[in-house]
Design a protein around this ligand. Structure first.
Ligand SMILES: Cc1cc2nc3c(=O)[nH]c(=O)nc-3n(C[C@H](O)[C@H](O)[C@H](O)COP(=O)(O)OP(=O)(O)OC[C@H]3O[C@@H](n4cnc5c(N)ncnc54)[C@H](O)[C@@H]3O)c2cc1C
Length: 376
Protein backbone atom coordinates (compact mmCIF):
# COMPACT_ATOMS: atom_id res chain seq x y z
CA UNK A 1 0.00 0.00 0.00
CA UNK A 2 1.38 3.45 -0.89
CA UNK A 3 2.20 5.61 2.11
CA UNK A 4 2.09 9.38 1.47
CA UNK A 5 2.94 12.30 3.70
CA UNK A 6 -0.32 13.98 2.66
CA UNK A 7 -3.48 12.65 1.02
CA UNK A 8 -5.84 15.29 -0.38
CA UNK A 9 -9.50 14.42 -0.85
CA UNK A 10 -11.22 16.48 -3.55
CA UNK A 11 -9.72 18.24 -6.56
CA UNK A 12 -11.66 21.54 -6.60
CA UNK A 13 -9.78 24.86 -6.27
CA UNK A 14 -8.91 24.19 -2.59
CA UNK A 15 -7.55 20.65 -3.06
CA UNK A 16 -5.71 21.36 -6.31
CA UNK A 17 -4.03 24.46 -4.88
CA UNK A 18 -2.96 22.52 -1.77
CA UNK A 19 -1.68 19.70 -3.99
CA UNK A 20 0.22 22.08 -6.30
CA UNK A 21 1.81 23.84 -3.29
CA UNK A 22 2.89 20.62 -1.52
CA UNK A 23 4.07 18.77 -4.62
CA UNK A 24 6.11 21.79 -5.76
CA UNK A 25 7.94 21.67 -2.42
CA UNK A 26 8.73 17.99 -2.99
CA UNK A 27 6.33 16.60 -0.36
CA UNK A 28 5.08 13.12 -1.18
CA UNK A 29 1.42 13.91 -1.92
CA UNK A 30 -1.59 12.29 -3.55
CA UNK A 31 -4.96 13.71 -4.54
CA UNK A 32 -8.11 11.60 -4.83
CA UNK A 33 -10.94 13.06 -6.94
CA UNK A 34 -14.20 11.27 -7.63
CA UNK A 35 -15.11 12.95 -10.92
CA UNK A 36 -13.50 12.73 -14.31
CA UNK A 37 -12.31 16.22 -15.41
CA UNK A 38 -13.30 18.48 -17.06
CA UNK A 39 -16.56 18.54 -15.10
CA UNK A 40 -19.05 21.29 -14.36
CA UNK A 41 -20.17 22.29 -10.87
CA UNK A 42 -22.68 24.59 -9.21
CA UNK A 43 -21.05 28.04 -9.16
CA UNK A 44 -21.69 31.58 -10.46
CA UNK A 45 -18.23 31.40 -12.13
CA UNK A 46 -17.29 34.95 -11.23
CA UNK A 47 -13.55 35.18 -10.58
CA UNK A 48 -12.50 37.99 -8.29
CA UNK A 49 -9.25 39.90 -8.35
CA UNK A 50 -7.92 37.64 -5.58
CA UNK A 51 -8.45 34.53 -7.75
CA UNK A 52 -6.24 36.08 -10.42
CA UNK A 53 -3.62 36.79 -7.77
CA UNK A 54 -3.84 33.16 -6.54
CA UNK A 55 -3.44 31.95 -10.12
CA UNK A 56 -0.41 34.19 -10.57
CA UNK A 57 1.14 32.80 -7.34
CA UNK A 58 0.86 29.31 -8.84
CA UNK A 59 2.68 30.53 -11.96
CA UNK A 60 -0.40 29.96 -14.11
CA UNK A 61 -1.31 33.46 -15.29
CA UNK A 62 -0.35 32.85 -18.91
CA UNK A 63 -2.10 29.47 -18.99
CA UNK A 64 -5.20 31.10 -17.44
CA UNK A 65 -5.39 33.85 -20.09
CA UNK A 66 -4.97 31.29 -22.85
CA UNK A 67 -8.34 29.88 -21.65
CA UNK A 68 -10.02 33.13 -22.83
CA UNK A 69 -11.73 34.25 -19.61
CA UNK A 70 -14.26 37.08 -20.09
CA UNK A 71 -13.24 40.32 -18.44
CA UNK A 72 -16.01 41.76 -16.27
CA UNK A 73 -15.99 45.54 -15.91
CA UNK A 74 -19.58 46.41 -15.15
CA UNK A 75 -21.89 45.59 -12.25
CA UNK A 76 -25.68 45.87 -12.47
CA UNK A 77 -28.08 45.01 -9.70
CA UNK A 78 -31.83 45.06 -10.32
CA UNK A 79 -34.09 44.70 -7.29
CA UNK A 80 -37.74 43.71 -7.56
CA UNK A 81 -38.99 47.14 -6.42
CA UNK A 82 -37.35 48.74 -9.48
CA UNK A 83 -34.19 50.00 -7.77
CA UNK A 84 -31.09 49.68 -9.92
CA UNK A 85 -27.44 49.93 -9.02
CA UNK A 86 -24.91 50.34 -11.79
CA UNK A 87 -21.19 50.64 -11.16
CA UNK A 88 -17.90 50.18 -12.94
CA UNK A 89 -15.83 47.36 -11.48
CA UNK A 90 -12.53 49.00 -10.68
CA UNK A 91 -10.64 45.80 -9.92
CA UNK A 92 -9.63 42.96 -12.22
CA UNK A 93 -12.45 40.41 -12.49
CA UNK A 94 -13.28 37.63 -14.95
CA UNK A 95 -15.83 34.93 -15.66
CA UNK A 96 -14.80 31.47 -16.79
CA UNK A 97 -16.37 28.03 -16.64
CA UNK A 98 -15.30 26.08 -13.58
CA UNK A 99 -14.72 23.04 -15.79
CA UNK A 100 -11.90 25.00 -17.45
CA UNK A 101 -10.48 26.63 -14.30
CA UNK A 102 -10.55 23.47 -12.17
CA UNK A 103 -8.93 21.46 -14.98
CA UNK A 104 -6.10 23.99 -15.18
CA UNK A 105 -5.48 23.84 -11.42
CA UNK A 106 -5.60 20.05 -11.21
CA UNK A 107 -3.26 19.68 -14.19
CA UNK A 108 -0.82 21.98 -12.40
CA UNK A 109 -0.84 19.63 -9.37
CA UNK A 110 -0.15 16.62 -11.60
CA UNK A 111 2.58 18.51 -13.50
CA UNK A 112 4.29 19.10 -10.14
CA UNK A 113 4.34 15.34 -9.47
CA UNK A 114 1.34 15.00 -7.22
CA UNK A 115 -0.03 11.44 -7.67
CA UNK A 116 -3.63 11.59 -8.90
CA UNK A 117 -6.28 8.93 -8.28
CA UNK A 118 -9.14 9.90 -10.58
CA UNK A 119 -11.97 9.14 -10.95
CA UNK A 120 -11.81 7.60 -7.48
CA UNK A 121 -14.35 8.14 -4.71
CA UNK A 122 -13.23 8.11 -1.10
CA UNK A 123 -15.64 5.98 0.91
CA UNK A 124 -14.02 5.86 4.34
CA UNK A 125 -11.11 7.14 6.40
CA UNK A 126 -9.64 5.10 9.26
CA UNK A 127 -7.55 6.67 12.01
CA UNK A 128 -4.49 4.71 13.18
CA UNK A 129 -3.20 7.33 15.63
CA UNK A 130 -0.24 8.84 13.78
CA UNK A 131 -1.54 8.07 10.29
CA UNK A 132 -4.72 7.41 8.32
CA UNK A 133 -5.89 4.79 5.88
CA UNK A 134 -7.97 6.31 3.09
CA UNK A 135 -10.22 3.87 1.25
CA UNK A 136 -11.53 4.70 -2.20
CA UNK A 137 -13.30 3.04 -5.10
CA UNK A 138 -11.78 3.24 -8.56
CA UNK A 139 -13.25 1.38 -11.54
CA UNK A 140 -15.49 -0.53 -9.14
CA UNK A 141 -12.52 -1.83 -7.13
CA UNK A 142 -11.74 -0.76 -3.55
CA UNK A 143 -8.18 0.50 -3.03
CA UNK A 144 -6.40 2.17 -0.11
CA UNK A 145 -3.53 4.55 0.60
CA UNK A 146 -1.90 5.51 3.89
CA UNK A 147 -1.13 9.12 4.79
CA UNK A 148 0.34 10.95 7.77
CA UNK A 149 -1.93 13.94 7.15
CA UNK A 150 -5.17 14.53 5.29
CA UNK A 151 -6.38 17.66 3.56
CA UNK A 152 -10.17 17.47 3.36
CA UNK A 153 -11.19 19.57 0.35
CA UNK A 154 -14.33 17.67 -0.52
CA UNK A 155 -16.60 20.71 -0.84
CA UNK A 156 -19.66 22.12 0.85
CA UNK A 157 -21.53 19.01 1.91
CA UNK A 158 -20.28 15.50 1.97
CA UNK A 159 -21.13 12.12 3.34
CA UNK A 160 -17.57 11.98 4.72
CA UNK A 161 -18.44 14.79 7.17
CA UNK A 162 -20.59 12.26 9.01
CA UNK A 163 -17.53 10.16 9.87
CA UNK A 164 -16.27 13.04 12.01
CA UNK A 165 -19.62 13.96 13.57
CA UNK A 166 -19.42 17.41 12.02
CA UNK A 167 -22.42 19.64 12.76
CA UNK A 168 -22.75 20.51 9.07
CA UNK A 169 -23.38 16.85 8.19
CA UNK A 170 -26.73 16.74 9.95
CA UNK A 171 -27.80 20.42 9.85
CA UNK A 172 -30.98 21.10 7.89
CA UNK A 173 -30.91 24.46 6.15
CA UNK A 174 -33.39 26.09 3.82
CA UNK A 175 -30.95 27.33 1.19
CA UNK A 176 -31.27 25.88 -2.24
CA UNK A 177 -29.25 26.75 -5.40
CA UNK A 178 -29.06 25.84 -9.10
CA UNK A 179 -26.98 26.95 -12.05
CA UNK A 180 -27.56 26.62 -15.80
CA UNK A 181 -25.59 27.47 -18.91
CA UNK A 182 -27.96 29.54 -21.06
CA UNK A 183 -27.30 30.24 -24.72
CA UNK A 184 -26.95 33.97 -25.41
CA UNK A 185 -29.52 33.74 -28.21
CA UNK A 186 -32.18 33.64 -25.45
CA UNK A 187 -31.05 36.96 -23.93
CA UNK A 188 -31.75 40.55 -24.97
CA UNK A 189 -29.20 43.34 -24.49
CA UNK A 190 -26.77 41.42 -22.32
CA UNK A 191 -23.16 42.58 -22.55
CA UNK A 192 -20.19 40.26 -22.27
CA UNK A 193 -18.40 42.55 -19.85
CA UNK A 194 -21.07 42.71 -17.15
CA UNK A 195 -22.23 40.78 -14.14
CA UNK A 196 -25.93 41.20 -13.45
CA UNK A 197 -27.74 40.42 -10.27
CA UNK A 198 -31.51 40.22 -9.98
CA UNK A 199 -33.29 39.92 -6.65
CA UNK A 200 -36.86 39.40 -5.45
CA UNK A 201 -37.56 38.67 -1.80
CA UNK A 202 -35.49 35.68 -0.82
CA UNK A 203 -34.25 34.97 -4.34
CA UNK A 204 -30.96 36.03 -5.84
CA UNK A 205 -29.90 35.36 -9.42
CA UNK A 206 -26.46 36.19 -10.86
CA UNK A 207 -25.60 36.14 -14.56
CA UNK A 208 -22.28 36.55 -16.37
CA UNK A 209 -20.85 35.55 -19.71
CA UNK A 210 -18.56 32.50 -19.50
CA UNK A 211 -17.95 31.68 -23.15
CA UNK A 212 -18.61 33.12 -26.60
CA UNK A 213 -22.11 31.65 -26.71
CA UNK A 214 -23.16 31.02 -23.12
CA UNK A 215 -23.85 32.78 -19.83
CA UNK A 216 -23.89 31.20 -16.40
CA UNK A 217 -27.22 31.81 -14.72
CA UNK A 218 -26.97 30.90 -11.06
CA UNK A 219 -29.66 31.42 -8.48
CA UNK A 220 -29.95 30.95 -4.78
CA UNK A 221 -33.21 30.71 -2.88
CA UNK A 222 -34.05 30.79 0.79
CA UNK A 223 -37.22 28.79 1.16
CA UNK A 224 -38.15 29.79 4.72
CA UNK A 225 -40.73 32.33 3.51
CA UNK A 226 -42.92 29.50 2.26
CA UNK A 227 -42.06 29.69 -1.45
CA UNK A 228 -41.62 26.10 -2.66
CA UNK A 229 -38.19 24.94 -3.80
CA UNK A 230 -37.66 25.39 -7.52
CA UNK A 231 -40.36 28.10 -7.81
CA UNK A 232 -37.65 30.73 -8.10
CA UNK A 233 -37.87 31.30 -11.87
CA UNK A 234 -41.59 31.91 -11.75
CA UNK A 235 -41.30 34.18 -8.70
CA UNK A 236 -38.44 36.26 -10.09
CA UNK A 237 -40.13 36.44 -13.49
CA UNK A 238 -43.36 37.75 -11.97
CA UNK A 239 -41.77 40.13 -9.45
CA UNK A 240 -38.78 41.59 -11.24
CA UNK A 241 -39.67 43.42 -14.47
CA UNK A 242 -36.04 43.77 -15.56
CA UNK A 243 -35.53 40.03 -15.23
CA UNK A 244 -38.63 39.44 -17.35
CA UNK A 245 -37.32 41.78 -20.03
CA UNK A 246 -34.01 39.94 -20.27
CA UNK A 247 -35.34 36.90 -22.13
CA UNK A 248 -36.40 36.47 -25.74
CA UNK A 249 -38.88 33.71 -24.90
CA UNK A 250 -40.61 31.84 -22.10
CA UNK A 251 -38.09 31.23 -19.31
CA UNK A 252 -39.69 27.97 -18.18
CA UNK A 253 -39.32 26.57 -21.68
CA UNK A 254 -35.74 27.85 -22.03
CA UNK A 255 -34.63 26.33 -18.71
CA UNK A 256 -36.72 23.20 -19.17
CA UNK A 257 -34.34 21.96 -21.85
CA UNK A 258 -31.15 22.65 -19.90
CA UNK A 259 -29.11 20.55 -17.50
CA UNK A 260 -29.29 21.93 -13.94
CA UNK A 261 -26.28 21.83 -11.59
CA UNK A 262 -27.72 22.19 -8.13
CA UNK A 263 -27.84 21.50 -4.48
CA UNK A 264 -30.20 21.81 -1.53
CA UNK A 265 -29.27 22.18 2.12
CA UNK A 266 -26.50 24.74 1.68
CA UNK A 267 -24.88 25.18 5.08
CA UNK A 268 -23.46 28.63 5.86
CA UNK A 269 -22.55 28.00 9.51
CA UNK A 270 -19.14 27.69 11.09
CA UNK A 271 -17.13 24.52 10.50
CA UNK A 272 -14.12 23.04 12.28
CA UNK A 273 -10.90 23.65 10.39
CA UNK A 274 -8.71 21.00 12.05
CA UNK A 275 -9.26 17.62 13.66
CA UNK A 276 -6.51 15.11 14.54
CA UNK A 277 -4.13 15.60 11.57
CA UNK A 278 -6.99 16.46 9.18
CA UNK A 279 -7.08 19.97 7.67
CA UNK A 280 -10.47 21.10 6.35
CA UNK A 281 -10.06 23.67 3.58
CA UNK A 282 -12.26 25.58 1.12
CA UNK A 283 -15.99 24.92 1.48
CA UNK A 284 -15.24 21.89 3.69
CA UNK A 285 -13.65 24.37 6.12
CA UNK A 286 -16.69 26.69 6.01
CA UNK A 287 -15.31 29.30 3.56
CA UNK A 288 -18.49 29.36 1.53
CA UNK A 289 -19.39 32.80 0.18
CA UNK A 290 -21.56 32.67 -2.95
CA UNK A 291 -22.93 36.21 -2.62
CA UNK A 292 -19.59 37.92 -2.16
CA UNK A 293 -18.05 36.09 -5.17
CA UNK A 294 -15.15 35.21 -2.89
CA UNK A 295 -15.50 31.42 -2.47
CA UNK A 296 -13.03 30.29 -5.13
CA UNK A 297 -10.38 32.66 -3.92
CA UNK A 298 -10.80 31.65 -0.26
CA UNK A 299 -10.73 27.99 -1.33
CA UNK A 300 -7.45 28.53 -3.16
CA UNK A 301 -5.91 30.57 -0.35
CA UNK A 302 -6.88 28.05 2.34
CA UNK A 303 -5.45 25.23 0.20
CA UNK A 304 -2.24 27.19 -0.15
CA UNK A 305 -2.11 27.93 3.60
CA UNK A 306 -2.57 24.24 4.53
CA UNK A 307 -0.07 23.24 1.83
CA UNK A 308 2.59 25.67 3.03
CA UNK A 309 2.04 24.79 6.69
CA UNK A 310 2.26 21.05 6.08
CA UNK A 311 5.35 21.48 3.86
CA UNK A 312 7.12 23.04 6.87
CA UNK A 313 5.86 20.36 9.28
CA UNK A 314 6.95 17.51 6.98
CA UNK A 315 10.21 19.13 5.90
CA UNK A 316 11.42 20.11 9.36
CA UNK A 317 9.78 17.21 11.21
CA UNK A 318 8.00 19.57 13.59
CA UNK A 319 5.44 18.26 16.06
CA UNK A 320 1.97 19.04 14.75
CA UNK A 321 0.53 19.49 18.25
CA UNK A 322 2.96 22.24 19.17
CA UNK A 323 2.56 24.10 15.84
CA UNK A 324 -1.15 23.83 15.04
CA UNK A 325 -2.13 27.00 16.93
CA UNK A 326 0.00 29.04 14.46
CA UNK A 327 -2.00 27.56 11.61
CA UNK A 328 -5.32 28.35 13.27
CA UNK A 329 -4.22 31.89 14.02
CA UNK A 330 -3.22 32.50 10.37
CA UNK A 331 -6.51 31.02 9.20
CA UNK A 332 -8.68 33.27 11.35
CA UNK A 333 -6.59 36.33 10.51
CA UNK A 334 -7.06 35.73 6.80
CA UNK A 335 -10.66 34.62 6.62
CA UNK A 336 -12.71 35.92 9.57
CA UNK A 337 -13.22 39.40 8.15
CA UNK A 338 -14.02 38.09 4.68
CA UNK A 339 -16.61 35.70 6.06
CA UNK A 340 -18.25 38.53 7.97
CA UNK A 341 -18.44 40.60 4.76
CA UNK A 342 -19.93 37.62 2.96
CA UNK A 343 -22.60 37.21 5.64
CA UNK A 344 -23.41 40.91 5.39
CA UNK A 345 -23.74 40.77 1.60
CA UNK A 346 -26.00 37.74 2.01
CA UNK A 347 -28.28 39.82 4.26
CA UNK A 348 -28.23 42.69 1.79
CA UNK A 349 -29.12 40.59 -1.21
CA UNK A 350 -31.78 38.39 0.34
CA UNK A 351 -34.90 39.56 2.11
CA UNK A 352 -36.63 42.83 2.91
CA UNK A 353 -33.57 44.49 4.47
CA UNK A 354 -31.90 43.93 1.08
CA UNK A 355 -34.59 45.75 -0.88
CA UNK A 356 -34.43 48.72 1.44
CA UNK A 357 -30.65 48.81 1.26
CA UNK A 358 -30.67 48.63 -2.54
CA UNK A 359 -33.28 51.42 -2.72
CA UNK A 360 -31.03 53.65 -0.63
CA UNK A 361 -27.89 52.39 -2.32
CA UNK A 362 -29.13 53.23 -5.81
CA UNK A 363 -29.39 56.88 -4.77
CA UNK A 364 -26.04 57.15 -3.06
CA UNK A 365 -22.57 56.97 -4.58
CA UNK A 366 -21.18 56.05 -1.20
CA UNK A 367 -23.51 53.05 -0.90
CA UNK A 368 -22.64 51.88 -4.42
CA UNK A 369 -18.95 52.05 -3.52
CA UNK A 370 -19.61 50.14 -0.32
CA UNK A 371 -21.41 47.35 -2.17
CA UNK A 372 -18.68 47.20 -4.78
CA UNK A 373 -16.01 46.96 -2.11
CA UNK A 374 -17.86 44.21 -0.36
CA UNK A 375 -18.32 42.22 -3.51
CA UNK A 376 -14.56 42.11 -4.12
C1 LIG B 1 -24.77 28.95 -5.70
C2 LIG B 1 -23.32 29.21 -5.56
C3 LIG B 1 -22.69 30.16 -6.39
C4 LIG B 1 -21.32 30.44 -6.23
N1 LIG B 1 -20.74 31.36 -7.06
C5 LIG B 1 -19.44 31.69 -6.88
C6 LIG B 1 -18.80 32.65 -7.72
O1 LIG B 1 -19.41 33.19 -8.65
N2 LIG B 1 -17.50 32.97 -7.48
C7 LIG B 1 -16.80 32.40 -6.44
O2 LIG B 1 -15.63 32.74 -6.25
N3 LIG B 1 -17.38 31.45 -5.67
C8 LIG B 1 -18.66 31.07 -5.86
N4 LIG B 1 -19.23 30.10 -5.10
C9 LIG B 1 -18.40 29.40 -4.11
C10 LIG B 1 -17.46 28.39 -4.80
O3 LIG B 1 -18.16 27.63 -5.75
C11 LIG B 1 -16.85 27.45 -3.75
O4 LIG B 1 -16.45 28.23 -2.64
C12 LIG B 1 -15.66 26.67 -4.30
O5 LIG B 1 -16.09 25.80 -5.31
C13 LIG B 1 -15.05 25.85 -3.18
O6 LIG B 1 -14.01 25.06 -3.71
P1 LIG B 1 -13.60 23.71 -2.98
O7 LIG B 1 -12.37 23.23 -3.66
O8 LIG B 1 -13.59 23.90 -1.52
O9 LIG B 1 -14.81 22.69 -3.24
P2 LIG B 1 -15.41 22.13 -4.61
O10 LIG B 1 -15.17 23.04 -5.72
O11 LIG B 1 -16.82 21.74 -4.28
O12 LIG B 1 -14.55 20.81 -4.88
C14 LIG B 1 -14.74 19.65 -4.12
C15 LIG B 1 -14.22 18.47 -4.94
O13 LIG B 1 -14.23 17.30 -4.12
C16 LIG B 1 -14.65 16.18 -4.89
N5 LIG B 1 -15.17 15.18 -3.95
C17 LIG B 1 -16.27 15.29 -3.16
N6 LIG B 1 -16.44 14.15 -2.45
C18 LIG B 1 -15.42 13.33 -2.79
C19 LIG B 1 -15.07 12.01 -2.38
N7 LIG B 1 -15.80 11.31 -1.50
N8 LIG B 1 -13.97 11.44 -2.94
C20 LIG B 1 -13.23 12.13 -3.86
N9 LIG B 1 -13.52 13.38 -4.28
C21 LIG B 1 -14.60 13.97 -3.75
C22 LIG B 1 -15.72 16.79 -5.80
O14 LIG B 1 -15.94 15.98 -6.94
C23 LIG B 1 -15.11 18.15 -6.14
O15 LIG B 1 -14.34 18.11 -7.32
C24 LIG B 1 -20.57 29.77 -5.25
C25 LIG B 1 -21.19 28.79 -4.43
C26 LIG B 1 -22.55 28.52 -4.59
C27 LIG B 1 -23.17 27.50 -3.71
Amino acid sequence: MHHFEVAIIGGGPAGSTAAGTLAKKGINTCLIEKEKFPRNVLCGEFLSEQVIKNIEDLGLKEAFFSCNPHKITNFNLYASGGAHINAKIKFEAYALKRSVLDNLLLKNAADNNCILYQPAKVVSIINYGNHYQVNFVRDGIEESVLANFIIASWGKQNILDKSFDRVCAEAKTDYFAVKYFVNKKYLKNFNDNEIRIYTAGNIYCGINSVSDDEVTLCYLQKTSDGLAKGKWAEHLYLNNKKFRELFTGDLKEILGNLKPYGTGNLYFGKKEIYFKRIFFVGDAGGLIAPFAGDGISMAMESGKLAGEFLSEICDKNYSINSEIHYYKKSWYRRFNKRLKYAAFIQKVLLGSFGNLFIMIGSKSKFMVRLIMNLTR
